[in-house]
Ligand binder design. Structure first.
Ligand SMILES: Nc1ncnc2c1ncn2[C@@H]1O[C@H](COP(=O)(O)OP(=O)(O)OP(=O)(O)O)[C@@H](O)[C@H]1O
Ligand SMILES: [Mg+2]
Length: 138
């Protein structure tokens, strides 16, 4: 699926479409340059799932947990991971195989730890406010 998000105000409807497209898939990998809008889109996805908590980048903690209406949500940012064994140390498997939603920024840092099935979300900056998003189920 290809979505164009003209501006920030279009994020809630895009988030709803992405959740619907994913179906029962709950693990999402987000690709895109720094500042492309991964965290901003994840915030909207979390709100779509009913979380009222503040969604911010878990850069220093690696993972944040939020509670949605019917689901737990784990939000990862692996940007600062030095190696994949750090993901083992933080117990990534407990999260990935927990049946909670997992929203993962910088999955490039854990190439050998990705689950068999996931939703790929690629974000591209078209201009200051506009993003193009490509969603593939793997
Ligand atoms: N349509 C849009 N969708 C997403 N973000 C947008 C959009 N328009 C403008 N922005 C802005 O782009 C910036 C995206 O920053 P964000 O922190 O989400 O990027 P990121 O991909 O998570 O970066 P990083 O790799 O550093 O974690 C924000 O300032 C946001 O307000
Ligand atoms: Mg981010």
């Amino acid at each position: 699926m290809l979505l164009t998000i003209p501006s920030l105000s279009d994020l809630p409807s895009a988030a709803a479409a992405i959740i619907a497209q994913a179906g029962s898939n709950k693990i999402f990998l987000f690709y895109g340059d720094m500042g492309a809008g991964k965290t901003t889109l994840i915030k909207s996805l979390c709100e779509c799932l009913g979380t009222t908590e503040t969604v911010t980048s878990p850069t220093f903690s690696i993972v944040n947990e939020y509670i949605g209406t019917d689901n737990r949500i784990f939000h990862f940012d692996f940007y600062r991971l030095k190696n994949q064994s750090e993901a083992f140390d933080m117990g990534y498997e407990e999260y990935f195989y927990s049946d909670a939603y997992c929203f993962i920024e910088w999955p490039e840092r854990i190439p050998d730890l990705l689950p068999a099935h996931y939703v790929n979300v690629k974000i591209r900056v078209l201009n200051d406010n506009t993003r193009e998003i490509i969603i593939d189920k793997i």
